[in-house]
Ligand binder design. Structure first.
Ligand code: DGL
Length: 270
């Protein structure tokens, strides 16, 4: 019917927006598990169970392809889901690989051996669960050698965004950038490894300074989905438009989403 986009809450909307711009005719069902956000402070078992439930809900909506527009779910649950087996004809993809391919100057699906790349000092900003999974470093090691990664677990940022408290979220971003800089004074690139963070991309860029390249996922993921659907057209489905589901309070989630996307967004109960 459509492509499913899943996130713990509002962050995946940054990916959805990029997909809508890149693939304007693509039908999409967005699902935010706002009732259980944030995922980034949960255990791996919890994240796996919640992600699985959300993806199964989207499969049941008729989405053959589900994109986990959530780094925490991609880092902690995706591999386990794939190893457990997905139903015939269904697929689930994450958001890590497109980002790492961009960082390591690779074309989509280039699986040649790891090599030296231009960017050698990388700061990763992500949720505590993503940082402790080390999934970013693992995926990077398949593709690049000699890259020094310093991580910063950005506690509190997702909660503040979900609560609509952008003043707190901005203050937390500045203090997490300061903490990162104490460990790595001169990163060449900074990865926003949580789909909520592009909502604060300007704040990250300002705090990091103009010499740091800030890599944000939404456009990279949208491009990669475009390439994927060109190779697997049946996965695009046939519905029309975008619909929004949440496990949280639809009125509250719709208000926040409208505030972030600066256009009316209306969620229904999942
Ligand atoms: N947007 C999710 C991510 O990309 C946020 C996870 C959370 O709920 O803590 O990691």
């Amino acid at each position: 019917m459509a492509v499913g986009i899943f996130d713990s809450g509002l962050g995946g909307l940054t990916v959805l927006d990029a997909i809508a711009a890149r693939l304007p005719d693509q039908s999409v069902v967005y699902m935010g598990d706002n009732a259980h956000a944030p995922y980034g402070v949960r255990t791996a078992d919890d994240i796996y169970a919640l992600t699985r439930e959300g993806v199964e809900r989207l499969w049941a909506e008729g989405c053959d392809l589900v994109v986990l527009a959530c780094n925490t779910a991609s880092a902690v649950a995706l591999r386990r889901m794939q190893e457990a087996g997905v139903p015939q004809g269904k697929r689930v993809l994450g958001v890590f690989v497109p980002l790492i391919e961009a960082l390591t100057e690779r074309e989509w699906g280039d699986n040649s051996p790891p090599r030296e790349v231009a960017t050698r000092h990388v700061a990763l900003f992500a949720t505590p669960a993503t940082v402790s999974s080390r999934a970013f470093q693992r995926e990077l090691a398949f593709r690049a050698i000699g890259v020094d990664v310093e991580t910063q677990a950005c506690g509190g940022v997702v909660d503040a965004i979900e609560d609509g408290d952008m003043i707190l979220a901005e203050a937390l971003v500045r203090s997490h950038v300061d903490a990162l800089r104490r460990k790595m004074p001169q990163p060449q690139a900074a990865v926003l490894g949580c789909t909520h963070y592009p909502l604060l991309q300007d704040v990250f860029q300002q705090a990091l300074g103009p010499d740091v390249t800030v890599l944000s996922q939404p456009a990279l993921v949208a491009d990669s989905l475009g390439h994927y659907l060109a190779r697997h057209p049946a996965m695009a489905g046939q519905g029309c438009g975008i619909s929004y589901l949440t496990t949280g309070d639809p009125a509250r989630v719709s208000d926040r989403a409208t505030q972030f996307l600066r256009r009316p967004v209306s969620f229904a109960a999942a």
